[in-house]
Design a protein around this ligand. Structure first.
Ligand code: DX5
Ligand code: ZN
Length: 220
């Protein structure tokens, strides 16, 4: 299983004064995807970046831009993020009145579709859409901030989701996001996650040795 694990470093923990170089460094360090957290100060109590910044980063790397939208209402911005160069567009079902419609809008832009579940959001919220999406992003912290503590209670949900996906023989990735570190990454993998997001661990551990930190998260 570990050979199939992908690491998606969150640039929320990067140095925003040199964001372009940070993205290039992540690519060199072996990142599989680049996780971009978009917050609106309304759906979550924090503000980050929008499509203009993503557009400027796009020419610097060919890596998959894994864009996690924490904005509501989400539909009006899908085109902008698609045009900016997002490859995967992930939204929260609570950020739209019609999940099926939002999925369609993302597909219309020929982008991969992700749906994210907050720690307390249950699988039944998205189950009927599973055959329409590419990825489920399980939040292991309340969305809004980097550097929070991992919530082990989401592991059961991850396991159940993996079972459903495998039983239905669906090609859906399970990504986990929030508080992932060198100890709990293994629990997340065992529960069935195959993409790990990490901000603080990748940028802060081992004096910010990105390559080493990505390797440890993959191997542990
Ligand atoms: C939280 C974001 C996460 C976060 C990850 O709302 O979605 O991607 O930045 O950062 P760490 O790994 O520090 O929890
Ligand atoms: Zn995220």
């Amino acid at each position: 299983m570990s050979g199939l694990i992908k690491i998606s470093p969150s640039i929320l923990s990067a140095d925003f004064s040199k964001l372009g170089n940070e993205v290039i460094a992540l690519e060199k360090a072996g990142a599989d995807y680049i996780h971009i957290d978009v917050m609106d100060g309304h759906f979550v109590p924090n503000l980050t970046i929008g499509p203009e910044v993503i557009k400027k980063l796009r020419p610097l790397t060919k890596k998959v831009f894994d864009v996690h939208l924490m904005i509501s209402p989400v539909d009006n911005f899908i085109k902008d993020f698609a045009n900016a160069g997002a490859d995967i567009i992930t939204f929260h079902p609570e950020a739209t009145i019609d999940t099926a419609k939002t999925i369609k809008l993302i597909k219309k832009e020929n982008k991969k579709v992700g749906i994210s579940l907050k720690p307390k959001s249950q699988i039944n919220l998205i189950e009927k859409h599973l055959d329409q999406v590419d990825l489920i992003l399980i939040m292991s912290v309340e969305p809004g901030f980097a550097g929070q503590k991992f919530m082990p209670e989401v592991l059961e949900k991850t396991k159940s989701l993996r079972e459903i996906i495998d039983t239905k023989n669906l090609n859906v990735d399970i990504e986990i996001d929030g508080g992932i570190n060198f100890e709990n990454c293994n629990l997340a993998k065992k529960a069935g996650a195959n993409i790990l997001v990490s901000g603080s661990t990748i940028f802060k551990e081992n004096n910010g040795d990105l390559k080493k930190n990505i390797e440890i998260l993959k191997k542990n």
